[in-house]
Structures are given as C-alpha cells and as structure tokens.
Design a protein around this ligand. Structure first.
Ligand code: NAD
Length: 375
C-alpha cells in the first residue's frame, strides 16, 4: 500500500494542503496517510481529527523518508527535498522559475515533482487549479482588508448626520482574483471600475456591475492559454495615462496583474500615488512577484503621503479553513489522475500529468524551466 505524506507549512502560512475530509477520501481509495504533527492546527484541524479520519501522525523526517507521494502547498526546502525517497512523487506550488536550486535537487534525487501552478489551463483542469481557488480567496479578502484600512465607508449612506458618498474602487487585472474583488466590492456597496489588458473580460466585468476602463491596442495573446503577455511600450504609455486619470479619483485600488514566470508589471507609479487622496488604500496582490505599485514592499504596509500600500502576498492564509478546503479539493482531483488501486500510476499520456510535471527520472522535463536553468 503506497504511503501519502501531508507536510506542515512554514510558520507564516496557516493553511494545510489537505484537511481531514480529503485525507479520509484518499484512505478510502486504498492509501496509507501520514500527517506531520500539527500540520492542520492553524487551519483548525487537530491531530486528533486526522487520526479520526484514519491517518497516522508522524514527524517530518520520517514522512519524507517513507512517503511515496508528498503533498504540500509551498515549496519544499532544499534540505527536505534531499530527504525524500528516490522515485517518490512531490506535489506543491514549486515556483520553478524562482527556485532553481530546488529544481536541480529534485532532479538529482530522481523525484517526480509536479508544480501545481503550472497546470495547463484547460476546462478539465479547472477543478485542479490551485491558482484559481487561492486567487478567489485573495480577491475576496483584499477587499475586506482595503475596507478595514480605508478612511471612508464603502457604501453610500443617507443618515440624519448627512449623506455619505460611496467609495470608488479601482481594480487592476480582472482575472480570477480581480473578478472576485469586483464582486465583493460591489456587495459592500462601492462604485467599481476595472481594467485588464484582455478585452475578453469586459463582459464579465460589466455583468458584475462594474465599469470597464478601456485602453485601445492591447496585445491579447491567445496562444498564452488564458495567461497575460508582456505589452508594447506604446501600449504601456497609453495605459499609464489612463490608469493615472482613474487612480487619482479612487479611494481604493486593488491590483492583481501578474505575468506567469516574470516580474509583475508596474501599473501604479510613485507619481500616481502622490496624486491620490490621503486616507486611500492600495492592496497589491502581485507583491510577491515585485508588485504592481512602484512603492509596494512584499509583506509590508507602506504609508506614502497618507496612502496605505498593503503588500500582503499571502491573503489566502488569512482564511485558512476555506482556503485549505479549496486547495485540498484541487489536489485530490489532481492526484486522482495518478492514484489507482492503492498505487501511484504515472500516465504521461495525460496532458495534465505531462503538463504539470517538473522533474522525472533525474531530468527537468518542463522545457521552459529547463531552458532557463541550463542557460
Ligand atoms: P493572473 O493571476 O495571471 O493575472 C491576473 C489578471 O491580470 C489577468 O486577467 C491578466 O490579464 C491581468 N493583467 C496582466 N498584465 C496586466 C496589465 N499590464 N494591465 C492590466 N491587467 C493585466 O490571471 P488569472 O486570474 O489566474 O487568470 C487569467 C484568465 O485565465 C482568466 O480569464 C481565467 O478565467 C482563466 N483561467 C482559466 C482556467 C482554466 O480554464 N483551467 C483556470 C484559471 C484561469
């Protein structure tokens, strides 16, 4: 019977890759589950809950040395990667474009690793897409963080103490996080505008009750599989002017624009921040890849001329139960592609298994990663 190991995340992440309900489903499919002591504690799943679901509680080193498959949210440390069994499977968000040494270590240790954030964006993959599920959480929470840090109400109020106009919220990037942010900001009664280089999202933005800010001439790369691409300098100049005009009127800006494998584009310059009203708030969801605001500092709040720029890059961790629940369901759906009758059965004919695989049999198999690492 193959062993699946669930590891605890680092101190600043409260999520767990699989809650007891997911563990129980894996056990029912014929696997032995070993869970690291305290793995789910900060997501309110105790060791006793895992034991009741049928798992064994164990320490990290023991799990790493015995597990045939290791599941995690964040990348494994290089040291831990070296403790895994040769030929074992690792599934996590591995950020291979930023963690070259880890990729090399996994290849050298003959670990078959799957980098969940690189799953092809096909219809079949939607239920396995951890970026989407966690972006949903981040988009929702970004609005709540903005509202609690703003100097103004979000909704309009007509009271005996006078009328209050609603907050103006500008959302930059209308992907999964941006659309969720629009929906949440609308539910709180604010007036919402959104901008994205992909004009395909215009209808979705409008159907959520927001105005779509249009900039002509964006490169909308169909071959990028739903992901954004780098824009021309001329477009960036036009976009900067348009965003400037809307940013200085906004009470809240939420930025979500990312380009996979690259630094996030700067959409809010220092000059734009200086044109904003004191008491306004920017929540930058792209802070871990450099930020969409020139003044963003990852995992810090910077106050510039009275404008708060919040660069908390791990908002999903602040909703640990539901974020873990969604992450676990994604991982379970992905693992189902390779778990059969209590054994791990890798089928590289499957486009999702092949497309997500990073290292296998001593080789880096993701061509883009291989090219960058071997440069
Ligand atoms: P993302 O997190 O990579 O980027 C967020 C948004 O920022 C995107 O909409 C992008 O177009 C936008 N952006 C990038 N550069 C920008 C710039 N310079 N200015 C303004 N906006 C910019 O994207 P995401 O939210 O993960 O998903 C993007 C799209 O892919 C969505 O339409 C989503 O529905 C689709 N998707 C499909 C699947 C699937 O079919 N399995 C899964 C996930 C997402």
């Amino acid at each position: 019977m193959a062993i699946i190991g669930i590891l605890k995340e680092h101190e600043s992440d409260s999520r767990v890759v699989a809650l007891p309900e997911i563990v129980s489903q894996l056990i029912k499919s014929g696997f032995e589950l070993q869970v690291e002591t305290g793995a789910g504690a900060r997501a309110f799943a105790s060791d006793a809950d895992y034991t009741a679901a049928g798992a064994k509680i164990s320490d990290r080193n023991s799990i790493l040395s015995k597990a045939d498959a290791v599941l995690k949210i964040n990348p494994l440390s290089i040291e831990d990667a070296g403790k895994m069994k040769q030929g074992a499977v690792l599934t996590a968000i591995l950020q291979p474009f930023f963690n070259h040494d880890l990729v090399k270590k996994l290849a050298a240790g003959k670990i078959t690793s799957f980098s969940l954030e690189t799953i092809p964006r096909t219809t079949r993959a939607q239920s396995m897409d951890v970026l989407s599920s966690q972006a949903t959480v981040a988009g929702y929470k970004a609005v709540l963080v903005a509202a609690s840090n703003s100097a103004k109400f979000f909704p309009m109020f007509m009271t005996a103490a006078g009328s209050i106009t609603p907050s103006k919220v500008l959302i930059l990037g209308a992907g999964v996080a941006g659309l969720q942010a629009i929906a949440t900001a609308r539910k709180l009664g604010s007036v919402v505008e959104a901008f994205d280089t992909r004009s395909a999202v215009k209808e979705e933005v409008m159907s959520l009750g927001a105005k779509f800010v249009e900039v002509e001439g964006a490169k909308d790369e169909k071959s990028a599989g739903g992901y954004a691409v780098e824009q021309s300098d001329e477009f960036k100049q036009k976009q900067r002017q348009k965003i400037h005009d809307h940013a200085v009127k906004a009470d809240v800006i939420i930025t979500t624009a990312q380009i996979p494998g690259r630094k996030a584009p700067i959409l809010i310059t220092k000059e734009m921040v200086e044109g904003m009203k004191a008491g306004s708030v920017i929540v930058d969801l792209a802070s871990s890849t450099g930020g969409n605001c020139e003044l963003t500092k990852n995992d810090e709040t910077v106050v510039h001329n009275g404008v708060s720029i919040i660069g908390n890059s791990n908002l999903p961790s602040t909703v640990p139960s539901d974020a873990s629940k969604m992450f676990g369901k994604n991982v379970l759906n992905f693992m189902k592609l390779m778990l059969k009758d209590g054994a791990i059965n890798l089928n590289f004919e499957d486009d999702l298994v092949k497309g997500t695989c990073l290292t296998h049999n001593g080789e880096i198999v993701n061509e883009k990663v291989k090219e960058i690492i071997n440069k």
